[in-house]
Design a protein around this ligand. Structure first.
Ligand code: GLN
Length: 533
């Protein structure tokens, strides 16, 4: 352990090592983490609004529910294992926060929706169960946009929504905003989020932590409340690349409960981390340094340069990696990049609308208390009351663009463009191709964290927060966001790596090398405001 750091700020690998050797008890780690939550999160986690306390605007509010008792019991069980000479696993005693879109047995599993406010999951999602089996201790469930529909966590039915630990006037990003904020503020050492268009990487970038979206199918989706089934990927949020490697190791692999979880061997992600980057070909693409989006007022399509600080941070990362021996390949063409959001807008709505059909007030979830005329009336009223604005908008749009009259114009066409996006990446990662990249380096987001309320309510603009992230989901490839510095306002900047199918190992290795190369940089010693107040 780095002695100068308090327990909640230690990396997972250091906590696990100390717990496994008995140098620190898992109980002490969990108690320190619970104390940190008390200090920075604000009022006790809850799904009811509570009094309108002015203090709320300074607090992080990452958690929706805490499972403190169970966590302490689990910590004692791990300490007892160590005392008996047994090994509790590679994540022994590591505090874990879980995006509340995963089912965890015996805990409320709400998707931040009134629809599921009182739903207690009867079983545990595979990635969470695997982390627990590796010794991680689930502390509680963290906030998100309702059903993961958003980029700011503001659309959660459970307010006050999470705030950015670096600046409480700003959003933490989304939809895994609670995951990223909890890890940035030391309220968890590790979190699990989901990424459908960028929902792990964009909040990781906004909160200055590492977020990894694995290859589609690397991690089982069993027990995940589904959003876009062809896009959703569970993945880790951590403070270091080494911790992301440890977490992915535990989460990944085939699962008899999910036939899309690939039956491929899971490599030893930690072992390769120290190999450096010499000889790796890392691409930069002009298509990721400008953004094309509709003007919010006129709807006119515009090309804009990215903010210079974001470009500079990405270029600085490329230069650092080049000095360490990577070969930087400039001008890599990814011509279909700007279609990512329009295509996502169509495909994700169709899949969301389809996945929301199961919430009908019959099997689980909210059922209306009003008098009902018949079954349809019961569905209509239950869904009308249980769903917030985002699910309703997405059902309407998803049904529209996949309806018989419109499907060939929208849905079928979007699927074809998705294939073109996939081919862009196939071509640049092809080991026999012209570019032969091992990774592509880009900014993660077109802006740093925006202010609360600044974008909320404008679904199109909110969606464009994922502009630089979404194509990894269309293509199914892995992508990682890592901290790359700060803007003039003191907000973190994220730098992103895309990789070839199943090659998370190379992304982790590059991210770890970058951390080592910049370990002494002044920006690395900054601490979130939430921890210094
Ligand atoms: N911002 C995306 C949306 O609103 C969500 C992204 C995600 O990965 N869940 O659809």
């Amino acid at each position: 352990m780095t002695l100068s750091l308090p327990l909640p700020d230690q990396p997972a690998h250091a906590i696990a090592e100390s717990v496994r050797t008995g140098a620190v008890s898992a109980r002490a780690v969990v108690e320190a983490t619970l104390a940190r939550i008390d200090a920075v999160d604000g009022r006790r986690p809850s799904t009811s609004p509570g009094p309108d306390d002015p203090e709320n605007s300074r607090r992080v509010h990452a958690y929706i529910s805490l499972q403190a008792e169970q966590a302490l019991e689990r910590a004692d069980a791990i300490d007892a294992q160590v005392a008996r000479g047994e090994d509790p696993g590679p994540l022994a005693g590591v505090p874990l926060s879980v995006k509340d879109i995963f089912c965890v047995a015996g805990t409320p599993s709400t998707a931040a929706s009134r629809m599921l406010e009182h739903f207690v999951a009867p079983y545990t999602a595979t990635p969470i169960a695997r982390l627990q089996a590796a010794g991680a201790i689930a502390i509680g469930k963290v906030n998100l946009d309702e059903y993961a529909y958003g980029s700011s966590t503001e659309s959660s039915a459970f307010q006050p929504a999470t705030r950015n630990p670096w600046n409480a006037n700003c959003v933490p990003g989304g939809s895994s905003g609670g995951s990223a904020a909890s890890v940035a503020a030391g309220e968890a050492t590790l979190s699990v989020g989901t990424d459908t268009a960028g929902s792990i990487r964009q909040p990781a970038a906004f909160c200055g932590v590492v977020g990894l979206k694995p290859t589609y199918g690397r991690v089982s989706r069993y027990g995940l409340i589904a959003f876009g089934s062809s896009l959703d990927c569970p993945g880790p949020v951590t403070r270091t690349a080494r911790d992301a490697a440890l977490a992915l190791q535990a989460m990944a692999g085939a699962d008899p409960h999910d036939s899309t979880a690939a039956a491929l061997p899971v490599p030893d992600y930690s072992r390769g981390l120290d190999q450096g980057v010499r000889g790796l070909r890392i691409g930069l693409s002009p298509d990721y340094f400008r953004i094309r989006y509709p003007d919010p007022t006129t709807g006119e399509i515009r090309d804009t340069e990215l903010p210079p600080e974001i470009v500079a941070a990405t270029r600085a990362a490329a230069e650092a990696l080049a000095r360490a021996g990577a070969e930087i390949v400039e001008d890599v063409p990814l011509p279909n990049t700007s279609f990512g959001i329009p295509v996502y807008f169509v495909i994700s709505r169709v899949e969301a609308a389809s996945n929301l059909h199961r919430f009908d007030g019959v099997k689980y979830g909210h059922r209306t208390q009003q008098t009902i005329r018949d079954l349809r009336d019961m569905y209509r009223k239950s869904r009308g009351e249980g769903f917030g604005r985002q699910p309703k908008l997405r059902i309407l749009m998803g049904m529209y663009v996949s309806g018989a009259q419109y499907a060939s114009q929208y849905y079928q066409r979007a699927l074809r463009v998705r294939t073109l996006i996939r081919r862009d990446f196939e071509s640049v990662f092809d080991p026999q191709g012209a570019y032969r990249l091992n990774a592509l380096l880009t900014p993660t987001t077109p802006t740093t964290a925006f202010e609360i309320g600044a974008v909320y309510g404008n679904s199109v603009l909110m969606q464009y927060a994922d502009l630089l992230a979404v194509n990894a989901n269309h293509a199914g490839i892995p992508a990682l966001s890592m901290p790359g510095g700060f803007d003039a306002g003191g907000l973190p900047i994220g730098v992103q790596l895309f990789g070839a199918d199943w090659d998370e190992a190379t992304l982790l290795r590059i991210a770890h090398t970058f951390e080592t190369l910049t370990a002494d940089a002044a920006w690395r010693s900054r601490r979130p405001l939430a921890l210094t107040q």
